[in-house]
Ligand binder design. Structure first.
Ligand SMILES: C[S@@+](CC[C@H](N)C(=O)[O-])C[C@H]1O[C@@H](n2cnc3c(N)ncnc32)[C@H](O)[C@@H]1O
Length: 251
């Protein structure tokens, strides 16, 4: 089976609730990647711009763009600062009503996070909303799901002990203190990623999660469990993250 990210749809449900009604609104999605989340809300808005410095992901997003969304959804292979410069040089730059920062804040160096939030503020109209999504700093458990039973295989670790998630929280609270944004709603939701095997998870981490530490004992435990009880249906290995979602109002 393919890798499944959040098949339960907890993230989509939370994102749509935090964004509120989108009819007639202009959205900027920062770090849109391959458009994974864009397709979940774009049809509801008037205009969507997705930006990401990863050219391959932007090419994929453009390729996947449904015909009926071609006029209202565009993607640019730019990072936030580059896009802000491009936007400011326009003859009549139109501010956005909503900005989405789904997972990239943790990838921005700590000293640049507040600056990034300041830049996002400059792209939004006063009263516009920013929705930030980033995981909590708890090491995510890895489970084996086998014939309806869940077995804990271990926990994912990071070389820097998930420090960037706490730094992202600090940056959001500094943005509040500096009068850039006022947080008005915060919560958490579970985000599960499903893989065929622990080896498939290990390979995915090597590609997408540079500072992840994957304990080889996790793979050994999976093999031992499956050897003990050969499953009747295909097993799945699940990485369970807890994600914080915050809505902030541009001041
Ligand atoms: C973990 S991925 C999430 C992608 C997408 N939001 C999703 O949820 O599937 C984070 C993305 O942020 C992008 N990113 C990192 N720094 C960025 C920056 N300064 N400006 C814009 N995007 C950035 C990365 O290239 C990456 O595609």
């Amino acid at each position: 089976m393919p890798i499944e990210l959040d098949p339960e749809g907890h993230e989509t449900k939370a994102l749509l609730a935090y964004l509120g009604p989108l009819r007639g609104l202009r959205l900027l999605e920062i770090g849109c990647g391959d458009g994974r989340l864009t397709w979940r809300y774009a049809r509801l808005a008037a205009r969507v711009v997705g930006i990401d410095p990863h050219r391959g992901k932007i090419a994929r997003a453009r390729q996947d763009r449904p015909l009926k969304l071609r006029r209202k959804v565009t993607f640019q292979p730019l990072e936030l600062e580059q896009y802000a410069e491009f936007w400011a040089r326009r003859p009549r730059p139109r501010p956005f009503d909503r900005a989405i920062l789904a997972w990239p804040l943790r990838q921005i160096p700590a000293e640049g996070m507040l600056y990034a939030l300041k830049t996002i503020r400059s792209l939004l109209r006063p009263g516009g909303l920013l929705v930030d999504i980033h995981p909590t700093g708890d090491p995510p458990p890895i489970e084996l799901l086998c014939d309806g039973q869940r077995h804990l295989l271990g926990y994912l670790q990071e070389t820097d002990n998930f420090i960037e998630y706490g730094q992202a929280d600090v940056a959001l609270s500094k943005a509040d203190k500096r009068g850039l944004f006022a947080p008005d709603w915060q919560g958490t939701y579970p985000f599960a990623s499903y893989f065929d095997t622990a080896a498939a998870l290990r390979q995915w981490l090597a590609e997408y999660w540079g500072d992840a530490i994957f304990d080889p004992a996790i793979e050994a435990r999976q093999q031992a469990l499956l050897a003990d009880q050969p499953p009747a249906s295909p097993p799945r290995v699940i990485l369970r993250e807890q994600v914080r979602i915050t809505r902030l109002v541009a001041q």
